[in-house]
Design a protein around this ligand. Structure first.
Ligand SMILES: [Cu+2]
Length: 197
């Protein structure tokens, strides 16, 4: 038993727990907090978009969901390119599944993140260390859906936080992985030539 990796593993676990708590708090049919429809979710997925306005994609990412794992094509270990990515999500399992992406912010110290997660079971302390990217909300067994996600350079967490029958987020049962996203050939220039709105 060596003691090299646990800090990182614990850090990721803290993120999954935090995001699961965050998602349950935000989405889950609770009675608190009002019921206004969420305009802010419009950018993530299911809103139909006119075909001519879709951004050009740099790659297609196929993800099959089962209990409780993602099968990702191309293999996440081969790395992905930053940019708009077409996501083809296929629930080949027996339970509802989703895939959501989050990015650990630049400069985050994993030990610090782990500590924040460990000291705050609500997840609020750890959520500030990540940016939610988007993904697809849950679909039933045998269903498929597609979405576009804008992947940014760096490690990107992919996870399903649909709860199982015991209320445990699937991410904590194995439906979580880290994608490596490279900068891509043409690095985006924030001051750049994007003249179109
Ligand atoms: Cu799941």
């Amino acid at each position: 038993m060596r003691s090299g990796a646990p800090v990182r593993i614990r850090g990721l676990a803290a993120v999954y727990i935090a995001l699961a708590a965050f998602a349950i708090g935000c989405g889950g049919g609770g009675t608190a907090g009002g019921s206004d429809t969420s305009d802010e979710d419009a950018a993530t997925t299911s809103a139909p978009q006119p075909r001519e306005r879709l951004p050009e994609t740099v790659q297609t990412l196929g993800i099959d969901a089962t209990e409780y794992a993602f099968e990702i094509d191309p293999d996440e270990l081969e790395g992905l390119e930053a940019g708009w990515t077409r996501l083809e999500f296929d629930n080949v399992g027996q339970e509802p599944h989703q895939v959501m992406f989050a990015r650990i912010k630049d400069g985050v110290d994993m030990a610090e993140l782990a500590a924040a997660g460990a000291n705050d079971s609500s997840g609020a302390g750890a959520i500030e260390f990540v940016d939610m990217i988007g993904g697809v909300s849950y679909i039933g067994p045998g269903q498929q859906t597609t979405a576009l996600v804008d992947l940014t350079e760096g490690p990107v967490l992919a996870m399903c936080y649909v709860p199982d029958r015991n209320g445990v987020a699937h991410a904590l049962l194995g439906m979580s992985t880290t994608l490596t996203v490279a900068g891509g050939s043409a690095s985006p220039d924030p001051a750049g030539a994007d003249g179109a709105g």
